[in-house]
Structures are given as structure tokens and as C-alpha cells.
Design a protein around this ligand. Structure first.
Ligand code: NAP
Length: 334
């Protein structure tokens, strides 16, 4: 089968489209004929070797973190799925494999695709959709009427985050450039700050919850616009001890490293009475089924910037790496 394979960490030349043997399902896996796979910044960050401190699979390694397709075989212990089911999934962090004609997925990580979506659109949902849900509902506990600030609303995660925050009943302000403003407003955003020309401190009032998708200076400035006693969850800043304990399987040595590297940002948070959490999202079929329901009810739209054939995956990944996607980028296998 065709697969996009990482041979060595670094630039795009370290990965290539090649023929590899099809994967064999473990007892609790389903084997999926992949129709489409979504791209995410984690794909190029992983390729660059930036995640080596936390994920170290053996190379060569088939890249790709999310997919939509049809079940074509079942592991020996799988009871919930049938051959022919149309599923979508964020595959396990350490497993990859979505950029291929066939992929094995842990049965607990898959969900039935929303009935009103095709494979291409469904493949854009799992990673970004779950990240937004886990941050806003589970980590921040956003409640109706609260003021939520989301940095970077126009990209893959942001377009889900705005809609999920609105679904939770929040008043939402985001940052976007002129290129992204119409899109974020169309998703229901109440306030927009043009990050290229305006300072975040220009945001009206103070916020009850912050979701940071940008990191760096943006994250630092977000601390200044939060009410005391509130929380910022970042997916682009610096990992902190909870990331290792809650999201990465309780790795204590890693928690110490994260304690050290997050010292500055945690001190900044403490000074203004705000708590800081770096979330590393997790795969979950159950939570994905919840997103499928929202999509079927028309509460959640999937915004796709670009769709490319699988053979164009290097170009598609380069586009994601440019950092300007509006919504999601997807490659199609069939
Ligand atoms: N920890 C986790 O579990 C997790 C999960 C998912 C994603 N992430 C991370 O979260 C980040 C966002 O992911 P994504 O999929 O949303 O990325 P993305 O789709 O590549 O985001 C691109 C968008 O970001 C906008 N943007 C760029 N710089 C900006 C800035 N300074 N302020 C506001 N907007 C800006 C761009 O708008 P313009 O083109 O208009 O500039 C573009 O629309 C990435 O770093 C990713 O690795 C982490």
C-alpha cells in the first residue's frame, strides 16, 4: 500500500511517499481503508523531531494522526465494529499511520462518521475538534454567559473552538488577521482583534477563560486580560507538570523537566492570580461520537481550507507549515 513515511527527522526530504506492507490489526484494532486524512501542525512538528522528548517511535514511521474511512477487517477481540462501518478517528499519539491506504486504529479511538458528512470533511474533525472540546468543556469548564478569549481563531483548532465555545453559551473574542476575520465572524465570534495591528490588551473587559492556540508573546499578553482566579489552557505554549501527569501517562521524570521549563510562565500566571495548564489532547472515540452528534444537529460546521490528492501530501504539509491555513487541510486517498 502507499504510505507517507518518515525516514529521518528534519526537513521535508526526510519523508517520502512509498510502498509499504499493509498493517496487521492487533486484537483490539480495526483495520480501516483510509479515504481521507486530515493534516495538523503536529505532523510537521513530529517530522522535525520536536516531539522526540515525549514520543519516540521507531523509524521508519508512517505519519498521520487522523483519518476517515471504511472498516475492512477486525482484530480478534473487537466486538463493537463491523466490516463496512464508516468511521473517523484521531489515532493514538504514538501510533500515527493515517497517511496511508490502510491504517490500524484502536477500537476505542474510532467513532461512526456523522451521517451528513463525506469522508473528506469527516477526516478534518478528530484532532482539532477533540482538542477544542477537551480544552473548553473539560479543562476550562466554560459556562453560559462567560467571556472566553481564544487566540488564533482562524485555523484548524480555532474554527472548532469558536463554535464549541458558542455552543457552551459563551461570549467569544478571538484574534485573527484581516484574512481570517470574515471566517471567524461567520462562526459566531462576538469580538475580533486583528493580531497584526492591534494589541490584545485592546480586548473589551476582562475574561473568565482563556484558550491559547498561539503561545509566545500572545500567551504572555493573555495573562493581562484575565479576571483573577481564572484559567488559561494553552496548546501551543510550554508544557507544565500536569501535562506529563495527566496527558502523558504520569511520567514523573518528564514532569520535573516540564516544571523547570514552565517556571517562567507559571510565575507570570501566579503574579496575576491566573492558573496555567498546557493540554496535550487525547484520542477518544466516545468524545468523537459527541462531536459527530453536534455536527449532525447542525451545531458544528467543518471548515476546510484545502483538499489535495494523497500524491500531493508534501505540498499540503508545506501549506500547513506556512501557518496560514483557514480551517483544515485534508488529503484524499480515493
Ligand atoms: N497540544 C495539543 O494537543 C495540540 C492539539 C492541536 C493543535 N496544537 C497546536 O495548536 C496550534 C494551533 O493549531 P491549528 O491546527 O489551529 O494551527 P493552524 O491551522 O496551522 O493555524 C493557522 C491559523 O493561525 C493563524 N495565526 C497565525 N499566527 C497567528 C497569531 N500570531 N495570532 C492569531 N492567529 C494567528 C493564521 O492566520 P493568518 O493566516 O491570518 O495569519 C491561520 O489562520 C499549533 O501550534 C498546534 O501544533 C496542539
Amino acid at each position: 500500500m502507499r504510505a507517507y513515511v518518515l525516514k529521518h527527522y528534519g526537513g521535508p526530504e526526510g519523508s517520502q511517499l512509498m510502498d509499504v506492507p499493509a498493517p496487521t490489526p492487533r486484537p483490539r484494532d480495526i483495520l480501516v481503508e483510509v479515504h481521507a486524512a486530515g493534516l495538523n501542525p503536529v505532523d510537521y512538528k513530529f517530522r522535525q523531531g520536536k516531539l522526540r522528548a515525549i514520543l519516540r517511535p521507531k523509524l521508519p514511521f508512517v505519519l498521520g494522526n487522523e483519518l476517515a474511512g471504511e472498516v475492512i477487517a477486525l482484530g480478534s477481540d473487537v466486538k463493537r465494529w463491523r466490516v463496512g462501518d464508516r468511521v473517523f478517528a484521531r489515532v493514538a499519539k504514538d501510533r500515527g499511520g493515517a497517511f496511508a491506504d490502510q491504517a490500524c486504529v484502536d477500537e476505542d479511538h474510532a467513532a461512526l462518521m456523522p451521517r451528513n458528512l463525506d469522508f473528506t470533511t469527516a477526516a478534518a474533525v478528530p484532532l482539532a475538534g477533540l482538542t477544542a472540546l477537551q480544552a473548553l468543556r473539560d479543562e476550562l469548564g466554560v459556562k453560559p454567559g462567560q467571556k472566553v478569549f481564544i487566540s488564533g481563531g482562524a485555523g484548524g483548532v480555532g474554527t472548532f473552538a469558536i463554535q464549541i465555545a458558542k455552543w457552551l453559551g459563551a461570549h467569544v473574542t478571538t484574534t485573527a488577521s484581516k484574512r481570517g476575520e470574515a471566517l471567524v465572524r461567520s462562526l459566531g465570534c462576538d469580538g475580533v482583534i486583528d493580531y497584526a495591528t492591534q494589541d490584545i490588551s485592546k480586548a473589551e473587559g476582562r475574561f473568565d477563560a482563556g484558550f491559547d492556540l498561539i503561545g509566545g508573546k500572545t500567551l504572555e499578553q493573555m495573562f493581562e486580560i484575565m479576571k483573577p482566579g481564572t484559567k488559561i489552557v494553552s496548546i501551543a505554549g510550554v508544557p507544565e507538570p500536569q501535562t506529563a501527569i495527566k496527558d502523558l501517562g504520569g511520567r514523573r521524570a518528564l514532569a520535573v523537566v516540564f516544571w523547570i521549563i514552565s517556571y517562567g510562565i507559571r510565575s507570570r500566571a501566579r503574579r496575576v492570580g491566573v492558573s496555567y495548564r498546557y493540554l496535550f489532547m487525547h484520542a477518544s472515540g466516545t468524545e468523537l461520537a459527541g462531536l459527530a452528534e453536534l455536527i449532525e444537529q447542525g451545531q458544528l460546521k467543518v471548515i476546510i481550507d484545502k483538499t489535495c490528492p494523497f500524491t500531493k501530501i508534501p505540498e499540503a504539509l508545506a501549506y500547513v507549515e506556512s501557518g496560514h491555513a483557514k480551517g483544515k487541510v485534508v488529503v484524499t486517498m480515493r
